[in-house]
Design a protein around this ligand. Structure first.
Ligand code: SDX
Length: 428
C-alpha cells in the first residue's frame, strides 16, 4: 500500500506530511515536520489531536464501541472480573489460571498501607471532600517507596502498579471511615477485590458481616466499566506528568485531581445531585429548558461526551446494573431512578439533544447505583478514581516502556508586543 500523504500549502510553501493508519479508527496526519517550519497546529481542547500511539483501549464514538485490548466492554462486564481486567489492561492479554492466581496473590500482598499513613488523615477535617484526601494521600505514597521509584526499571514499574491497584480500595475506604468517625477496617485478603472494598467501607470491628453478593458483583462490574477510556482528560494528565519523569504516585495523584472536575469524573456526583434537585418527574421540563438555554450555563450532568456521539456502551450496562441493584435492595421504585428513566426518555426525543448527539454517559446511572449500594455521593468520584487507577497505570507504563518525549505544547500568543518597563512614579 503506497504511503498516504497529506499536503498543506502555506504562503506559497508546500508542506507534505505522512498519513499514518492504526489497526482501528481514523488515520492521523503526522504533523511533526511542522517543527521545522514557522507554524504550529492550533487545537484548544484537543478535539482533533491524537497525543500518542497506544495499544490499550479503542473507542468508536459513532458506533458506540469500547474495546479493552480488543475485548468489547459488554463481554468483559458480563464474563470477566475487575482484577482480570487489570491484568489484561496492564499486560495486553487475558491471563491463564496460573498467571491470574499469581497476579491476585501479588496484589493481595500490597493491600495494607503503612501505619504512618493513618496520621495523614488526622490533618484533614472530618468533612473534607474525600477526593481532596485521595489527591494528598496517594501523592504521598511516593514518600514510602524510595527503593522502587526507578521508572526506567520494569520491575519497579510493576511493583508500583501492584501497590496502586492494591492500595486504592484501602485508602478510599479509609476516606469514608474517617468522614463518619468509624475505625479503619483492615483489608481481608480472603475476599475478592470488590467484596473486600465493601467490607472495608461498611464492616465494623464489632461484628462479622458479609457483603451482599449481588452488590459485590455490581460493584465489580462498575469498576470494569470505569477501568480505562483511552486519552481522556485525567489519563492525558497522567501521561503529561509521566513525560517529565515524575514518579508513578505523583502521576496518579495528578490524574485524581483532573478526574475530580464535574465535566469529567465528578459528573457522577453532579448527576445525582441534579436528580435530587429535579426532585420530581413533573420538574424535568424546567431543567431540560435550562439545559437548552444558551444564557444558562446549566448542563444535564451525565449527558454528552466528547467522543461518543451515538451512545456510551457503558451507560447501557450501567442502566441494567442499576436495575439489578435497586431490585436487590428492594428500591425498584426509587424515585430518582424513575426521574432518570423519564429524563433520559425526554432528552432522547428532544431535538436539542438529538441534534447535538447528547446521550446518557457512564456517569448518568452510576450515581443512582452507587447510592443504592449505600455509598455517599461525595465518594462517587473516589470510586471512579479507584477503578481508573489501572487505566492510568497501564497508560503510564505503556509510555515508560518505550522512548518518549517531554510533553510541552505551544500556543497562539495574542498578548502585548514588547514594551519598556515604566517606574511606578511615572505611571498614571
Ligand atoms: C466522563 O473523555 C472521556 O472519556 C471521559 C469519560 C471517561 O471515562 O474518562 O468518559 C468520563 O467524563 C464522561 C463525561 C461526564 N461529564 C458530564 O456528564 C458533564 C455534562 N457533559 C458536558 O459537560 C459535555 O457533554 C462534555 C464536557 C462531556 C463534552 O462536551 P464537549 O465535547 O466539549 O462538547 P461541547 O461542550 O462543545 O458541547 C457541544 C454542544 C454545546 O451546545 P452549542 O454551543 O453547540 O449550542 O452540546 C451542548 C453544549 O452546550 N452540551 C450540552 C451538554 N453537553 C454538551 N447541553 C446540555 N447538557 C449537556 N450535558
Amino acid at each position: 500500500m503506497p504511503d498516504k500523504k497529506a499536503k498543506l500549502t502555506v504562503e506559497g510553501h508546500d508542506l507534505e506530511f505522512n498519513v499514518l493508519s492504526g489497526t482501528l479508527g481514523p488515520d492521523v496526519i503526522d504533523v511533526n515536520p511542522l517543527a521545522k517550519s514557522n507554524y504550529f497546529t492550533f487545537d484548544p481542547g484537543f478535539l482533533s489531536t491524537a497525543s500518542c500511539e497506544s495499544k490499550i483501549t479503542f473507542i468508536d464514538g459513532d458506533k458506540g464501541i469500547l474495546l479493552y485490548r480488543g475485548y468489547p466492554i459488554d463481554q468483559l462486564a458480563t464474563d470477566s472480573s475487575f482484577l482480570e481486567v487489570c491484568y489484561l489492561l496492564l499486560n495486553g492479554e487475558l491471563p491463564n489460571s496460573e498467571q491470574f492466581a499469581k497476579f491476585c496473590k501479588d496484589v493481595n500482598r500490597h493491600t495494607l498501607v503503612h501505619e504512618q499513613i493513618r496520621n495523614f488523615f488526622n490533618g484533614f477535617r472530618r468533612d473534607a471532600h474525600p477526593m481532596a484526601i485521595m489527591v494528598g494521600v496517594v501523592g504521598a505514597l511516593s514518600a514510602f517507596y524510595h527503593d522502587t521509584l526507578d521508572i526506567t526499571n520494569p520491575e519497579h514499574r510493576n511493583i508500583s502498579a501492584l501497590r496502586l491497584i492494591a492500595k486504592m480500595p484501602t485508602i478510599a475506604a479509609m476516606c469514608y471511615k474517617y468522614s463518619i468517625g468509624q475505625p479503619f477496617m483492615p483489608p481481608q485478603n480472603r475476599m475478592s477485590y470488590a467484596e473486600n472494598f465493601l467490607h472495608m467501607m461498611f464492616g465494623t470491628p464489632c461484628e462479622e458481616t458479609t457483603p451482599n453478593p449481588v452488590l459485590v458483583k455490581a460493584l465489580d462490574r462498575i469498576f470494569i466499566l470505569h477501568a480505562d477510556h483511552e486519552q481522556n482528560a485525567s489519563t492525558s494528565t497522567v501521561r503529561m506528568a509521566g513525560s517529565t519523569g515524575a514518579n508513578p504516585f505523583a502521576c496518579i495523584s495528578a490524574g485524581i485531581g483532573a478526574l475530580w472536575g464535574p465535566a469529567h469524573g465528578g459528573a457522577n456526583e453532579a448527576a445525582l445531585n441534579m436528580l435530587h434537585e429535579i426532585g420530581d418527574v413533573s420538574q424535568i421540563g424546567k431543567f431540560i429548558a435550562r439545559a437548552k438555554d444558551p444564557n444558562d450555563n446549566f448542563r444535564l450532568m451525565g449527558f454528552g461526551h466528547r467522543v461518543y456521539k451515538n451512545y456510551d456502551p457503558r451507560a447501557k450496562v450501567m442502566r441494567e446494573t442499576c436495575h439489578e441493584v435497586l431490585d436487590a435492595v428492594g428500591a425498584h421504585d426509587n424515585p430518582l431512578f424513575k426521574i432518570a428513566l423519564q429524563l433520559e426518555k425526554i432528552a432522547l426525543e428532544d431535538e436539542y439533544f438529538v441534534q447535538r448527539k447528547l446521550y446518557p454517559n457512564v456517569d448518568f446511572y452510576s450515581g443512582i447505583t452507587l447510592s443504592a449500594i449505600g455509598i455517599p455521593s461525595n465518594m462517587f468520584t473516589v470510586i471512579f478514581a479507584l477503578a481508573r487507577t489501572i487505566g492510568w497505570i497501564a497508560h503510564w507504563n505503556e509510555m515508560m516502556s518505550q522512548p518518549y518525549k517531554l510533553s510541552r505544547p505551544r500556543q497562539l500568543y495574542t498578548g502585548p508586543t514588547e514594551r519598556d518597563y515604566i517606574g511606578i512614579k511615572k505611571r498614571k
